[in-house]
Design a protein. Structure first.
Lengths: 311, 311
């Protein structure tokens, strides 16, 4: 069933997204001892894979729903993604953002004509503000990661990767809210040739790791990680998929994230955000288990503040 | 004549280099008001176009010459390029470097098995050291930019770009020692469809601009520019070509270089060195003259020290 859903999602969003490039580096391959294929979603429109899921979700709405707009809460890439996807599809987007969100993030949303609603910086306040907009304006709430249409959209990155490299044995991606890894797991299951999916997660926000251990969705008490896209937790839509189809989640330290980010910048000569580097950091940490394998790595995004680099 | 030489050079080096990607950005196009195609030589082997010229020059040597090695003086990308090209072709490379060259540059040469000869940080000392090696070891001196085989090799980047985008009206590239822009001018002349070539140069090292004005090779008194690849001056091999076939050299300030570099990093999501950004800075400075044109931009290299970024 998900196979057809993924194909349909890809057809639906294809005119609106970039088919991103895949890069390799001889030196990185030597460092890891494996053959790596980096899917460059940092080159994606608005700078991250999130435009895939946002576009798919909006395109699934009825005309009447579209006419009333969409709403989400996010201070990260999904805020920009939903704004841009909505702009392209001529739909109004309401973005609930915490009042302490960096100016650069707000600007990016405004650039895509998203309407920002500020709230207190707590999850409760965010949810309340989104619910309020939804009730008052009739706008459809679209969750950044715990929404099946979003998950399917995010899975199209791995579909493209597997179309180009059919015999990948493994795909690594970062784990934040769980939308990307759940979509990737479905894509690998239906379009891979025995391809497994593993996730990278910061020790500082290891809710997914602990959720797989306990069998129920765990939350993060704190989330002091530079990988700001991965501070969120799993949801009831994506957790069952992750439980079923992700073989492993590897936790990494902040130093490992920065080190992997530096390797990507220096060796691949591309700009990625810390959250993106978590996948490579995870592979690096346990590289002895992956010698000589053909491995895909999803570089989730490239939206960094050049004034605040960790090196 | 140069047309056949360029074709031969390309055939000669093709197995040893990457055919680099060409990137575009809708937002950058909007900022400039033109259609831009960035030739990503920052993705080239060793991180810069210089491997093209170095490989072509070594491959033109006789067996007997190759057996005695090659020598150059450079503290920049050509040092790495000649080392790597020589390593691949099983030739010994002697690299004369000033004693104050950054450790990171020396390391890069050593990584490619280049043999470093240190000298005082003056042009005279460099040349004397290179001549000495040449006499003692019989190694062939290869100049980083003022050598016809090097120039032809560098021209292959524009050949690839024009093969993919046949109707470019203009190509911008940075001007340092003159090898890249001379090669680019030849490639545009023989493989373009009326394609012109323009150069970008820092005000702080504007020898090429002044040389075109005076009609003779001018030197730089000082060269306090962040674009460290562009501190050198033109030579008698490349100057006549530049005089004949380059339509314009536009000078840019240090602030403009850093601004263009930031745009490339933020919009294209790639890592380029300051020297690379000079071409875009030049176009930005005079963008009103280039509205709606199809323009190629050669991003010359991506070797930056992440610990020393200007932002």
């Amino acid at each position: 069933m998900y196979k057809e859903d993924l194909i349909a999602a890809y057809q639906r969003i294809k005119p609106h997204i970039h088919k991103t490039q895949v890069l390799s580096s001889r030196l990185l391959n030597e460092i890891i001892g494996a053959e790596l294929y980096f899917k460059c979603e940092n080159f994606q429109r608005m700078g991250a894979f999130k435009i895939r899921g946002a576009t798919n979700a909006i395109k699934q709405l009825s005309e009447s729903q579209r006419s009333k707009g969409v709403v989400t809460h996010s201070s990260g890439n999904f805020a920009q993604a939903l704004s841009l996807a909505a702009l392209q599809l001529n739909v109004k987007a309401y973005i609930v953002m915490p009042s302490n969100a960096p100016e650069v993030k707000k600007k990016a949303v405004l650039q895509y004509k998203g309407k920002i609603i500020e709230c207190e910086p707590t999850l409760e306040a965010r949810e309340a503000a989104a619910t309020k907009i939804s009730q008052e304006e009739g706008a459809t709430f679209i969750h950044p990661s715990n929404d099946m249409d979003v998950i399917l959209g995010q899975g199209t990155a791995a579909m493209e990767l597997l179309e180009e490299y059919k015999d990948l044995e493994l795909i690594f991606c970062p784990v934040g809210g769980g939308g990307l890894i759940a979509g990737t797991a479905l894509a690998a299951k239906y379009f891979g040739n025995g391809c497994k999916v593993a996730g990278g997660e910061p020790f500082e926000a290891d809710d997914a790791y602990r959720s797989l251990l306990s069998g129920k969705i765990e939350s993060n008490e704190t989330a002091h990680t530079i990988a700001d896209g991965l501070r969120t937790q799993l949801g009831d839509q994506n957790f069952p998929i992750i439980r079923e189809d992700v073989v492993k989640i590897i936790r990494v330290t902040e130093e490992e994230i920065i080190g992997a980010m530096r390797l990507i910048w220096e060796r691949l000569k591309i700009v990625c955000e810390p959250s993106s580097a978590v996948a490579l950091a995870a592979l690096l940490r346990e590289k002895e288990n992956y010698q000589n394998k053909k491995i895909g790595i999803i570089l989730s995004g490239g939206n960094v503040d050049l004034n605040n680099l960790p090196f």
